[in-house]
Write a protein that binds this ligand. Sequence first.
Ligand SMILES: CC(C)(COP(=O)(O)OP(=O)(O)OC[C@H]1O[C@@H](n2cnc3c(N)ncnc32)[C@H](O)[C@@H]1OP(=O)(O)O)[C@@H](O)C(=O)NCCC(=O)NCCS
Length: 148
Amino acid sequence: MIRPFSLPDLESILQIENQAFPKSPYDWITFLNLHTLYPETFLVYASTTHGQKEEKILGYIIFSQDGHIISIAVHPHHRRKGIGRELLLRAMKTSHLKKAWAEVRRGNQGAQAFYSKMGFQMTGLVPNYYGNEDALIVRWTPVACESN
Ligand SMILES: CC(C)(COP(=O)(O)OP(=O)(O)OC[C@H]1O[C@@H](n2cnc3c(N)ncnc32)[C@H](O)[C@@H]1OP(=O)(O)O)[C@@H](O)C(=O)NCCC(=O)NCCS
């Protein structure tokens, strides 16, 4: 299930974040700020095991109304199961989005392959965006996706 982030999700989100981005994880204050800024588009992927009440948070995405993918991450134990795809599709299908874009570390080949599979194209590079590492800019438009 994909639903908006709520405060009890914070601990799980921080755990996913620390494993996904060990070099520069967002801290809890950043996530609370992002929740304030993007209450409708800070989404979590939550799973409930059959017979259990408690949800597990397996991933999250934060995007702006104009299509900037601010962050997306999936728990390392649950990757390559289509969770990232579902989260990103939700952003891409948001009706008023006519485009989407993200920054990706030049060395993050997994994320580059993921965005490419989702119909994004590399359109630019920002030198030293991450301090000592360049960012690739990846972009998607509905037309590009339909032909994919
Ligand atoms: C990038 C990320 C969000 C993808 O999430 P995911 O749930 O594993 O992705 P999906 O299972 O939906 O993958 C969809 C397709 O993308 C491609 N893909 C995803 N991860 C890939 C990888 N590491 N290497 C190559 N291709 C990959 C595959 O084609 C995959 O389909 P397949 O498994 O049927 O071959 C996840 O790897 C992650 O959290 N990475 C760390 C954080 C990160 O880098 N975020 C992006 C920063 S810009």
